[in-house]
Design a protein around this ligand. Structure first.
Ligand code: HEC
Length: 140
């Protein structure tokens, strides 16, 4: 009588190794381009993004200690500096920093945190689209 379960055991590590190897080749689920992230936000908002409104949100004060510009600089084509810790922050405009807006989960995490700090609530999808559309107008 054969015992098929025993003969399968060596295949488990092989299957697992194959899976990891393949997973390494597949792009991350959250990987995206700035244009894809922008169209996601504008679809969610159901409106056309406005770079002028985005610039306004970014540079204006919202009655709290910080503006977006406090950490990212008024012209975020340059490196910024954390307003509290002084830590350097890479440029936010994607044309000046290819890592920006390439990971939708990271973008969401920081919009959530930074809008709460600066505006006192989360930004709407329309506001995020406005800010990103403005950042995308900043070119070399
Ligand atoms: C207190 C400092 C601070 C303020 C104020 C701030 N940010 Fe940030 N922001 C950071 C830091 C720190 C990071 C993450 C570090 C990094 O990626 O360099 C970050 C990252 C981001 C990212 C992630 C982008 C990406 O793809 O890497 C976005 C979007 C962003 N900020 C938008 C904003 C907006 C919009 C505002 C204003 C509503 C704002 N930030 C205000 C410190 C700040």
């Amino acid at each position: 009588m054969t015992r098929p379960t025993r003969s399968r055991i060596p295949f488990i590590p092989i299957a697992a190794a194959t899976l990891f190897a393949v997973a390494g080749l597949v792009p991350k689920a959250d990987a995206a381009t700035p244009a894809e992230i922008l169209s996601g936000y504008s679809a969610q908002a159901g409106s056309t993004p406005s770079p002028a409104r985005g610039e306004q949100l970014f540079t204006a004060g919202h009655g709290r200690e910080w503006r977006c510009a406090s950490c990212h600089g008024a012209v975020p084509t340059q490196p910024g500096k954390h307003a509290a810790t002084g830590k350097p922050i890479g440029p936010l405009a994607p044309a000046f920093n290819p890592e920006r807006f390439s990971d939708s989960a990271k973008v969401e995490k920081w919009f959530r945190r930074n809008c709460r700090d600066v505006v006192g609530r989360e930004c709407s999808a329309g506001e995020k689209a406005d800010v990103l559309s403005w950042l995308m107008t900043l070119q070399r």
